[in-house]
Design a protein around this ligand. Structure first.
Ligand SMILES: Cc1cc2nc3c(=O)[nH]c(=O)nc-3n(C[C@H](O)[C@H](O)[C@H](O)COP(=O)(O)O)c2cc1C
Length: 227
């Protein structure tokens, strides 16, 4: 099954999402992408990306970002002396073209991913805010992201929540237990350091790689312990 749903919500760590979409497309997957309003705000703040939710263009997410402000995170990564992080320098255009990106507005309940009859290999919410986590844990389907997550739980499909907050209060912790019991995988955005990361890119790829492992997508984007 080629379809993978990726939802980006307004937790810190938008860079994880950009890289995840890139890796999934390079793996030839069809990425069904949806982005919350808060996520668009965080992406502007953290990465300098201008995402227009009503007129989305994949280039807003996956272009080479050469025109970004010099002080944006992506731009700094691109011009860092170590391994470049610019998306088109990590993977070439041809790699990205192996997959397909299908965008759904986060309020569009008529999207295919809102229905269990639309088959997917799983859904990743990356990064996942505590707000979205709570909405899914409560069963409140206030937007397409919550609804698609609910569908993945009821259909007993993979639902990976890349949660980001620190410290964690009792309510998010209880929500995580509840969601785990319901079949979701809580995968905190907390990269390991045992692979001797040298760049932010290495840290981001640790998380992207672990997500791909759980989606059963083969990759070699980070070194494994014991390899
Ligand atoms: C710059 C920035 C960083 C944020 N980081 C986090 C975070 O790490 N975790 C979190 O749960 N919320 C974070 N928030 C707050 C969420 O964006 C906010 O709770 C929002 O309502 C989440 O909505 P969503 O789940 O629909 O995207 C952040 C907000 C901003 C502006």
């Amino acid at each position: 099954m080629s379809n993978v749903v990726v939802a980006i919500t307004g937790a810190s760590g938008a860079i994880y999402a950009v890289r995840l979409v890139e890796v999934l497309m390079a793996a030839g997957r069809t990425v069904h992408l949806t982005i919350s309003a808060s996520a668009a705000h965080v992406m502007k703040h953290e990465l300098g990306l201008k995402i227009d939710l009503d007129n989305f263009d994949p280039n807003q997410l996956l272009a080479d970002h050469s025109s970004l402000p010099a002080d944006s995170t992506l731009s700094k990564m691109k011009h860092s002396s170590s391994e470049d992080f610019a998306l088109s320098s990590v993977l070439g255009e041809s790699d990205l073209q192996q997959g397909k990106l299908v965008y759904h507005h986060y309020q569009d309940f008529s999207a295919g991913i809102a229905s269990g009859s639309f088959l997917t290999a799983g859904m990743v919410i990356c990064p996942c805010s505590m707000g979205t986590l709570g909405s899914i844990a409560s069963g409140a389907c206030g937007n397409l992201i919550h609804r698609a997550a609910d569908v993945h739980l009821k259909e007993r499909r993979k639902l990976i929540l890349v949660a980001r907050e620190t410290p964690l209060g009792l309510i998010p912790l209880e929500n995580m237990v509840r969601l785990t019991q319901a079949g979701a995988t809580i995968m905190p955005a907390s990269p390991g350091f045992y692979h001797n990361p040298m760049t932010i890119h290495d840290l981001v790829d640790f998380i992207s790689g672990r997500i791909c492992d759980h989606l059963e997508i083969k990759h070699e984007i980070h070194q494994r312990w014991g390899s």
